[in-house]
Design a protein around this ligand. Structure first.
Ligand code: ZN
Length: 66
């Protein structure tokens, strides 16, 4: 029987995945690091000054200049 190459590719174990991304805060931090490795930068003007809005279901970053 042929092996499914996708299913058997090397990867992260479930305990390692949970240790790294187990909470919503860990996932948020990982996304922010991936999106802005040097901190927030506005895609429109390039400014780094911003505030964080927590009112919506998602954390929102708002540029202070735009
Ligand atoms: Zn801006």
């Amino acid at each position: 029987m042929a092996q499914n190459r996708i299913q058997f590719q090397p990867g992260m174990s479930l305990p390692a995945f949970i240790a790294q991304y187990g909470t919503e805060a860990q996932c948020e931090a990982a996304l922010e690091r991936a999106r802005w490795p040097d901190g927030f930068r506005c895609p429109r003007c390039g400014c780094q000054a911003h505030c964080v809005l927590h009112g919506s279901p998602r954390k929102m970053f708002q540029c202070s200049a735009c």
